[in-house]
Design a protein around this ligand. Structure first.
Ligand code: GLA
Length: 699
């Protein structure tokens, strides 16, 4: 039983954690508990009354309302704000009933006077730490109601226990920086106004008391499953309460809720763990693998991608030459990136005209695909469906299909404009076009890119409020992607937006993988990959070995492989220039990766020695049955140690069975899991040296 019901109290209970809410005597729906599972159902507190005696402290401030609408004396951040046809701008929600069906609790709320129904839903899959929440708003009556803000969920964290906010920030080619800041009184806001999730901030939070670490401490965390403009507010109130809301961004938001229609928010997941940030990440990883990804359990192939080797300069002979070498290294999937379609010699032309360029591919793509298949590899292709270059046939024929304001210049970025995927005719065109591409070619992998953010967000012939563009565009992307995915289930999709600009739990329902950054410098990548791992499992993280080194000459090949092997291994270097010795080493690493990838893609991840800001880091993956694991260690800089004999950090393994005995490759002895965890060991490495060591349970 995952949902308990006591008189006017509901408890969503998991194996170790619980979340409770109830109705108080005034009829308010109030959050009452989120934390460790308690021994008895009676342990969970009932909903308190919100009445205070001071006129300045209304229930809005003192109560932890589960889903507050803006009304009355509420000065807190509301989840819902709307205007009724007569101009009344406050929403008074009354509880009507609760319904429990399987693992889902549905609460029916209704405005006291107007025909507006608001239905928060909470789903608690028994085997997971996470709760998935969302809200459906429905309008009755005869008149539409403009919605101005509709959050997905409000999370209340126990007072005084949640004073530090962990968040992720960055920019293009420098994504996924983990920040930990004390929460200040008032509202901290993170958001995207870019139409996509963005490289800059991320719809995720983790809260702790300021003392938690990777292995210990209570963590309350959550993430929004949405790929458009979003907002997160973390509010520390005058009464010391911490409240976090996530949802579609209300910046420039508008939605006309017509009679008989509904508005459904994106899902927001949240969870509590008592064992540190590592446990919170593993809970998100498990949930994503079990509940979100389209190809659950798929073992992802080692791929080659042409972008950094050939950029736009692709043609049949050149790609075939790369494919020959890739196959000899053990690559299983050959992906041709940008440059293959009509008129695409640089980034200023071609987007929109998705037919093979006749100069580069005189006989179409099929001869290359057949060559790749004959080499024993699958074939994949890059596309950027949402975009158009003004220099393209598609734009000349349909200049009004782009997002624009009629009286304003259309701002290009990377020489491109954005097709208005809020329009169903544009969606239908894209579905039809790419359906044909996939039907006519043997393609098993698509990299779906999106290389700019929005400007002039206009929709001149919008049927209702043109600001609906923000959400209808994202729904359009989901519809096009979802339709193509269901028609071509053999295709694995990758989400890319100039690297990590569109990585979120919404897009991961369509894409199994993410290109998390255009920065492939291995040292930068250690931090980037680690930031990404806060939320998303390694099985979604494509990681290429390239020749990029922001500091000068390429880093040692072993180091580069070890960095990429901790995700879904790929190669993106110009392998034509690799020596025989380098190719032989690459083939060895690819073979090892194939042997250990079940651990990396489907095991538990432990950030033993975090990489961001450090020069020695270590990462471990452990099989779910704890029989086998793998350790990665990286040293980027150790000059200080060499001179001063400063000690190497101790590596203490995690996730082993305490009483079982294990070996660690290259480290002598058979020790219990407890000993490897408590005593640990050091692994001396020089500058830019790294190691991959297998961990085996012995009987
Ligand atoms: C984006 C992607 C790159 C590559 C180029 C192609 O920048 O992130 O990996 O596909 O587009 O133009």
């Amino acid at each position: 039983m995952t949902i308990l019901e006591r008189e006017r109290l509901w408890v969503l209970q998991g194996e170790r954690s619980a979340y409770a809410l109830g109705l108080n005597d005034e009829g308010d729906l109030v959050h009452t508990y989120w934390g460790a599972r308690l021994p008895y159902a009676d342990d969970y507190p009932a909903a308190p009354s919100g009445s205070g005696w001071a006129s300045f402290n209304g229930p809005g401030q003192t109560l932890a309302e589960e889903y507050p609408a803006w009304a009355g004396l509420k000065y807190i951040e509301p989840c819902l704000k709307a205007t009724f046809a007569d101009g009344v701008r406050d929403v008074v929600l009354r509880f009507e009933r609760a319904q429990i069906e399987d693992d889902t609790l549905t609460l029916a709320l209704r405005d006291a006077v107007y025909p507006l129904a608001v239905t928060p839903l909470s789903r608690r899959p028994a085997e997971h730490v996470l709760i998935a929440r969302g809200v459906v708003t429905r309008k009755g009556g005869q008149t539409p109601t403009p919605l101005e803000r509709v959050g997905s969920a409000r999370w209340h964290v126990p007072a005084a226990l949640a004073r530090r906010l962990s968040h992720l920030t960055g920019r293009w080619a420098d994504e996924w920086h983990l920040g930990r800041v004390p929460l200040a009184r008032g509202v901290t806001r993170l958001e995207s106004r870019r139409l996509t999730t963005g490289h800059h901030q991320h719809p995720w939070f983790a809260l702790d008391d300021g003392h938690a670490d990777e292995d210990s401490g209570q963590i309350w965390f959550g993430a929004l499953a949405y790929s458009g403009s979003w907002a997160l507010t973390a509010e520390l109130t005058d009464f010391g309460h911490t409240r976090v809301s996530l949802g579609v961004n209300d910046w420039d938001f508008g939605w006309q809720l017509d009679p008989g229609t509904t508005f459904t928010t994106p899902i927001c997941v949240g969870g509590w763990v008592g064992a540190g940030f590592g446990a919170a990440s593993r809970a998100l990883h498990d949930y994503t693998r079990d509940n979100v990804l389209p190809h659950r359990g798929a073992r992802h192939r080692v791929l080659y991608n042409s972008w950094e080797a050939t950029t736009f300069d692709v043609n049949e002979a050149g790609q075939a030459a790369l494919a020959e070498i890739a196959a000899s290294l053990g690559v299983e999937l050959f992906v041709m990136d940008d440059g293959w379609f009509k008129g695409r010699t640089w980034d200023n032309a071609g987007l929109g005209d998705w037919t093979p360029d006749r100069v580069k591919f005189p006989n179409g793509l099929t001869p290359l695909i057949e060559r790749v298949n004959a080499l024993g590899m699958d074939f994949g292709l890059w596309i950027e469906p949402e975009m158009v270059n003004p220099d393209s046939d598609l734009y000349c024929a349909n200049p009004d299909w782009v997002i624009h304001f009629p009286t304003r210049e259309r701002t290009t970025a990377r020489n491109q404009l954005i097709l208005n995927l809020a329009r169903t005719d544009v969606q239908d065109y894209l579905i039809d076009h790419f359906d044909h591409l996939l039907r006519d070619h043997k393609i098993t992998f698509i990299k779906w890119d999106m290389n700019r953010n929005v400007s002039e967000p206009g929709w001149p012939d919008a049927p209702a409020d043109a600001r609906e563009l923000w959400m209808r565009y994202v729904e359009g992307v989901y519809r096009v992607w979802g339709t193509l995915r269901s028609r071509h289930p053999q295709v694995i999709w990758q989400s890319c937006s100039g690297g990590g600009g569109r990585a979120d739990l919404g897009i991961l329902r369509y894409a199994d993988q993410v290109w998390i950054s255009d920065n492939t410098d291995p040292i930068a990548r250690l931090g980037i990959q680690e930031g990404y791992s806060q939320i998303y499992p390694a099985v979604t993280m494509e990681a290429w070995v390239t020749d990029m080194n922001l500091g000068g000459a390429p880093l040692p090949l072993d180091f580069r492989f070890h960095v990429s092997m901790s995700g879904v291994l790929g190669i993106g270097a110009d392998v034509r220039h690799w020596s025989e010795a380098e190719r032989a080493a690459a083939a060895r690493w690819v073979a090892l990766y194939k042997a250990i990838r079940p651990l990396i893609q489907y095991g538990d991840q432990y950030r033993l020695l975090p990489a961001q800001g450090r020069d020695y880091s270590a990462l471990q993956y452990m099989a779910k049955d704890k029989g086998e694991g793998v350790l990665f260690a990286y040293c980027t800089q150790m000059r200080g140690r060499a001179m001063g004999d400063a000690p190497y950090p101790t590596i203490r393994l995690r996730g082993l069975l305490p009483d079982a005995r294990y070996t660690v490759e290259g480290i002598g002895g058979v020790r219990s899991g407890d000993a490897w965890a408590r005593i640990g060991f050091t692994l001396p490495l020089g500058d830019l040296e790294s190691a991959v060591r297998r961990i085996q349970r012995v009987e």
